[in-house]
Every structure is written in C-alpha cells, then in structure tokens.
Design a protein around this ligand. Sequence first.
Ligand SMILES: [Cu+2]
Length: 502
Amino acid sequence: MKSRTGVICEPSHARKDVSWCTRIAEENKEATQPASRGKAMSANGASTCFSRRTFVGVAMASVGALAMGRIPMLMAAQKGKGSVTRYPLHIPPIYSPSNFALTAAPGVVDLGGGTGSSVLAYNGLFPGPTLHANTGDSASINFSNGLSEQTSVHWHGMIVPTSADGGPLNAVTPGSSYSYQFLIKQRACLNWYHPHPHMLTGEQVCLGLAGAFIINDAEESALGLPSGIHEVPLIIRDASLDSKGNLIYNPTTTGFDGKSPLVNGTRNPKLDVETALYRFRVLNGANARLFRLSLSTGTPFTLIGNDGGLLETSAQVGQIEFGPGERLDLLVDFRGLAVGAKVMLRDLNAGWDLLEFDVTRQVTDAYIIPTTLSTITKLTNPVVTRTFKFEGMSKINGRVYDMSRIDFQVPFGQTERWQFTTGHNAPHPVHVHGASFQVQSRSGGRGVMFPWERAWKDTVLLQDGETVEVLIRFDEYKGLYLLHCHKLEHEDMGMMSNFEVV
Ligand SMILES: [Cu+2]
C-alpha cells in the first residue's frame, strides 16, 4: 500500500483558522459566566485552537479509498457543452459493529476522477464504513485515535450509556484507544457517527469524519421494503477544496459554507438505477447548510421515515428542507421510466444538482408500498415544561457551554415538554442525546410541523422567530447527556448544555 503525505491545511488556511479561533474567543466574552468559560477553555482546548492544525499524518495517511478499487473511470463520453463529468456514486462498505475496529486518521481518498484528496477518514474511507446491526445486537467498537488532536465518536441517534456516548467529556487523546460498548435497544432507523470533541467537531466532521449506522428490526423487515442494491445511503454535505483538491475547513462566524456538494464523498455523482422502487437513507451531513431536496421530474418523494425510524404512514412530499444531523427515509419510483432516462436529485436552496440517477436496466418490480408502516406510541401528559432559548451563536438560556457545569437534571422515566425557541441567528438544528423526542408543534417563523417531523426525532430545525415544542422521556439510561445546536460552528462556539438524567 502506497503512503502519501496528508496535507490538510495550506498556510493561508491556517491563518484563517487563527481568526476563527479569535472570533470564538470574542463571542465567548459575552458569556454570562466568563470565569467558568475561561476555566473550561484552559482546561480543554484554548491551546488546541492554535495547535490543532498541526496534523502530522504522514505515517497514518492512507490510500484506503484508492486501494479498495473504487477509482471511478472518467466519463469522457459525457463531456460536452453544458454537461459535467459525472462519477459513480461511492457506496461505503457495510460492517457489523460487533468487535469492529475503527480508526480516525488522515487519509487520501478519491472524490471522483481518480485524483487523491487529503481528508480525515475513518478506516481510510470517506464517508466511513456503514455499520449495520439489528435491534438486540451488541456493539463493541474498538476505536483508535490516529489524529494529532483529541477526538471522540458520538453515535448520533443511538440511545447508549453515557460511557459510550462519545461526548466532549469522553474525548480520546491522540494515539489512544477507547472501546465503545453498547446494546442496541432501539427500533430500526438510520443513525450516524461522527466526532464530538470540545471545539473541534466542526473541523473534524468537515474534513471527512462521518459514517452511517443503520439499525434493522423485525417490524421493518416484515414490510419487505427495497433492499440490497435498491437501498442506498446518501450522506449529503457541502465541501470546499484547496487548489490541490484537498478538503479544507474555512468557516465564518455564521458557519461553514462549502462551495460545492458531495454525496457519499463523491463530487458530481451519478447512480445507475433499474426500473424499480428505490429506498434512499438520507443524512444531512453538512456542518451548517440546509438542503431543500426535490426531483427534477417533479415527482414527489414517498417519505416513509426520519431520524427515529418509520413513520406510521407514508406521505407524498415534493420538497423537503432539512438541517444538519436530520435524516430522511425516502422511496423514489423509477418504474415506468424508460432505459436512458435521467432524473436529478436537486437542492433547491443552492440550486445544486446533487445526484443524477441514470436508468440503465429494465426489470419488473411489483412491490406495493404498505399503507401502514408502523405504530407509534405517543408520549402524553408531560409533568414539567422546560424552555431552552438558543441565543446568538453560542448560548443556550444565556450560557455558553462549560464542560464542568451540569445545567439541569431530568428525572428518569418522566415525560417532559421541552420548548426550543430562538429569535435570530438560525438555523439552529437542535439535537438531544440520550433519548428521542416527538415534535408537537411549531409556532412563529414557518408556523407548521412538516410531514418529516412526525413520529420520533432527535434533531429538529429552528428557524428565526420559531418555537418548537417536543415531548421527551429518558427511559433507557441515567447519566450525563447533551443538548446542543447541530450547526457545528454554533456547537463549537458553545451552544451546548450538559444535563443529567437522574
Ligand atoms: Cu445554532
């Protein structure tokens, strides 16, 4: 295996990073408790702000993607006036999380076209390997930190003990290992894993560290939904590249704003499809960007699930806007299209073509989408109401995150009403660790609940002027968990809160 030097940051980028850290510091001066913040920073990362750019990475650099034989062929035949060269969509390999070794390290991957791009990769892959398990399985993931800075692995959407939650308090130092052990108790859904170290999450996710974690269960299997080549994970994000084609992280105070989209780490991707019904497991894996998905044909998606798994019934939805950390389970019907037809998955917000579907093979697919997908037991009768105001770009209820502070306690097994509210600086995709919730209402702003906000969620989008009410109950584990904004630059600036289930 050939090794290459992983050049993550150019000098100009490093300068931008210093200004980014300066802005974080300035924003945090507004904190109502500057003393505690200063303590947290000195204990946990002020210096990392300026040293975290010093990725060594040479020995750890991997050509995993290239070595795994997924060098796309240049599609020269597609070149022409008004067309772009499209590369086959990369689909990460699938592994069981039982006794699985996972390493985060600098790597070199192929984003399309066969050119190596420096990234941060899980097991040399971007996105990382897809983990797949069934409800009731045990996960035992032996993680090694091959970065030159601390990191952790958070299993976004997974209900796991605090010891396995991978939050900032459980960071893994460079060169160290940690074993994440948990039982998979929850229903079928698409979750994902990504770093969650204090003040470094935005950088590490943006540079490539993320992967899908799919749970299956008997209820879902009984539906006979599209599977195999007809079930495709889509991790959609934006990215910026330097002059050599390497991923760079150059956020502004409003968040990282990448110049072009990547789907499964592929630029200008295309996917050959059959005349069949397909199931797309979609994650907004961007740091800060909202996508508004639609199909070029005007055909609606059949929405069947979201963060927490299947909805009770499907819905036909022409456009879906979702924020960082949110997931969608979508059926797209290519039956009735002729071989040779092309359909584009688009982002209407940026006007981007995200993924081209090329119908290449005629098959017979008589599957009928079930009318009833699942039964959702509704949370009712909350005994407590808590309000969380997401303010500026770094505060919840007037406070910047302090690793050493526990902001509130939640009784185990108690149903509560949580109100998330904001005036400005949205979007704030609000994410809770340790339990899923059920969205009840949205007032102000867009003023409605959307079809993809039914059933179970762990991340819900707040726009300016909005208040979203959810019901939540922590009934799996006691311990420390997090509530935070999943716009990763807001998270890194401190829009995060520790709470304890007691
Ligand atoms: Cu936010």
